[in-house]
Design a protein around this ligand. Structure first.
Ligand code: COI
Length: 332
């Protein structure tokens, strides 16, 4: 059995090597992403393990199938960048890693909320200028707030557990109800109801065609004045222009954005200076003291990275050996 692993970063390499040694399976490490230029390197391999934010295009997937490589294992959870039609027409089996560390994302999300509530940016900026005064940034306590959790998959549920540790009240919305949470009666029947009740919106939904820009002007209008928005999920869920307007008007008191709708090619890149970042809207957000932008790092922990690599390799091995795997993605 031979597996090719594309887009392997330096922080992932030791985990690939460890797995390959433990399993006694050859894994070819390729630093480049899976693109038209690199796809032919997969010739002769039984499966490919991949992670990238750039699209897995129809032409790449067609070529992969032509080469007879039909076992594709993603090292991450989101599959919104995979061309579903090409997967289906080529009968490619795709796996993802649905739970590499829900806690990683949940812990980061709540950390960012605490930073917003405690106005840490404002204090840091003033302190850097020698101003050690308290006012005007008096804080709000999380235990006095209602957090509206949108989507109660593994990450949403991990976040709920942490919010509860702080004593916050939770309301949740999801099309699929988790039986345990259902018993606790935390679900509301509509997003409108969640918007009405929540002081904080914690977004944990995957991106689909249907929920593109679900947080737009209309949604913000239905929310409480001074609401906080947390998006560690997908940039497309939030209409950035509408968010900027809602921040300008004060409707939204603060936002923590670990994702951004145009992040591909921008996040995880060093531009050398703030001015050189090639996106004015992003810079507008980054300049605000009540907005925390981070470059899609909620997942970036040693636990998560190891799990992403090794669970994906396990999935690929399963696919190669049996044609089945625990985490096969069903594309509709
Ligand atoms: C995912 O797993 O889909 C993520 O969003 C994390 C990614 C940046 C590795």
């Amino acid at each position: 059995m031979k597996i090719i692993a594309y887009g392997i970063r330096d922080d992932e390499r030791p985990y690939v090597e460890e797995w390959s040694k433990d399993q006694n399976i050859e894994v070819k490490i390729v630093k480049d992403l899976l693109t038209d230029d690199t796809v032919d390197q997969a010739k002769g391999f039984d499966g490919a393990v991949v992670y990238q934010q750039k699209p897995y295009t129809a032409s790449v997937l067609d070529r992969l199938a032509e080469l007879g490589v039909k076992n594709l294992s993603l090292r991450n959870v989101g599959v919104d960048n995979v061309d579903a039609d090409a997967v289906k027409r080529n009968d490619i089996k795709v796996t993802n890693v649905p739970a590499y560390s829900p806690a990683a994302i949940a812990e980061f999300t709540v950390t960012e909320l605490m930073r917003l509530l405690r106005h840490t940016t404002q204090y840091e900026n003033r302190q850097a200028k020698g101003d050690l005064k308290w006012a005007p940034d008096i804080a709000t306590e999380l235990n006095s707030l209602t957090v509206g959790v949108i989507a109660t998959g593994r990450i949403g549920r991990a976040a709920i557990q942490i919010y509860r540790g702080f004593g916050a009240k939770i309301v949740a919305y999801d099309v699929f109800h988790n039986p345990e949470l259902e018993k606790e009666g935390i679900y509301v029947d509509s997003l409108d109801e969640l918007y009405k009740q929540a002081d904080v919106i914690s977004l944990h939904a995957p991106a689909t065609k249907e929920n593109m820009h679900m947080l737009n002007a209309d949604a913000f209008n239905k929310m409480k004045d001074g609401v906080y928005i947390l998006n560690p999920a997908r940039g497309d869920l939030v209409d950035t222009d509408d968010l900027i307007k809602a921040l300008d008007s004060g409707k939204v008191a603060g936002a923590a954005l670990d994702v951004y709708e145009n992040e591909v090619g921008i996040f995880n890149t060093d531009f050398g200076s703030f001015d050189a970042i090639p996106d004015d809207r992003l810079k507008n957000l980054m300049k605000r003291e009540n907005v925390l932008v981070s470059p899609h790092i909620a997942f970036y922990t040693t636990t998560a990275v190891r799990n992403m690599v090794q669970f994906a390799l396990n999935n690929n091995k399963q696919l190669i050996e049996t044609g089945k795997a625990d985490n096969v993605v069903a594309f509709n």
